[in-house]
Design a protein around this ligand. Structure first.
Ligand SMILES: *Cc1c(COP(=O)(O)O)cnc(C)c1O
Length: 283
């Protein structure tokens, strides 16, 4: 049985106890991260843990561990659970206290929870591409925080799934922001476009890796938002995330993008991305 990390201890799944008063449960009052594991090794772990601390600071949540300690927790979970390919999920909530909206007085310790999940790379979708559905972005105005408050994303993803789509392409006043849990990119005349970092999107680690790859491959980038109308006219559309990596989009609302196949730039970025994964390079 798999180990979880709860409240400072490595606990077997059937022995876990979580307080009914945990503020994550009542309010989604916390932050989280998903870190990919390839061949038993964490990928871009420092970047993810650093973002966890940034998210926590933005909601005035005091972290009970150091960045190094949390990377240690992730490593120990991988080892205890013999995880080869999958991810580590980690969340921090503002602790357990009688339900009141304001922060607990006196303050209570934050609760760190982490576990591992097996999963392989979505190779089929990465090759064939996926369908997405446009959904109005009704989320709050602090999308830069990787918060547990995910109702806007949950509703968008459900709407996409009900339409037989893999992801939602979110738009605010006609401008594409990102996906429900991914960052959106377009390619037009060889130039890669994506929404600039702001309060309206989560700055993805995979987004950063892809922008770095564009730099290395001399692919021009414009961090400039595009409209949904422009998205339909792109030569290529793709999205990025820790688990989706670089995912080609071949239709939006049933309308074909480009020639209806994984685009040239998208494929180039996928190949370059794979070279950044040590365990794949060793094969
Ligand atoms: C986590 C997330 C992403 C992708 O970030 P990665 O660090 O690349 O996994 C994009 N958008 C939202 C809203 C997210 O929650």
């Amino acid at each position: 049985m798999a180990y979880y990390f709860i409240d400072g201890q490595f606990t077997k799944q059937d022995e876990i106890k979580i307080s009914i008063d945990d503020r994550g449960y009542y309010f989604g009052d916390g932050v989280y991260e998903v870190i990919k594991v390839y061949g038993g090794e964490l990928f871009t772990a420092e970047e993810h843990i650093s973002r966890l601390f940034t998210s926590a600071a933005k909601i005035n949540l005091a972290m009970p561990y150091s960045e190094e300690q949390l990377i240690g927790v992730a490593r120990e979970l991988i080892e205890r659970n013999n995880l080869l390919d999958g991810h580590v999920y980690m969340q921090v909530t503002r602790g357990a206290a009688a339900r009141q909206h304001h922060f607990p007085v006196p303050a209570v310790p934050a609760v760190v929870t982490a576990y591992t999940m097996e999963g392989s790379r979505p190779k089929e979708n990465m090759k064939n591409g996926v369908a997405v559905k446009s959904v109005e972005d009704i989320r709050w105005l602090r999308c830069d925080i990787k918060s547990l408050n995910l109702l806007g994303s949950v509703l968008a993803k459900e709407e996409a799934k009900a339409a037989g789509c893999e992801e939602a392409i979110l738009h605010r006043d006609g401008i594409v922001t990102e996906g429900s849990s991914t960052n959106m990119f377009g390619v037009k005349d060889g130039v890669v476009r994506t929404h600039p970092v702001s309060n309206l999107i989560l700055e993805g680690i995979t987004r950063q890796v892809v922008l770095q790859l564009c730099d290395e491959l001399n692919i021009p980038v414009e961090e400039k938002a595009f409209t949904l109308a422009e998205a339909f006219q792109m030569d290529e559309v793709f999205y990025t995330s820790t688990t989706a990596e670089v995912m080609p989009v071949i239709t939006i609302d049933g309308q074909t993008i480009g020639d209806g196949q994984r685009g040239e730039v998208t494929e180039k970025l996928q190949k370059a991305f794979a070279t950044k994964i040590p365990s794949l390079c060793k094969q």
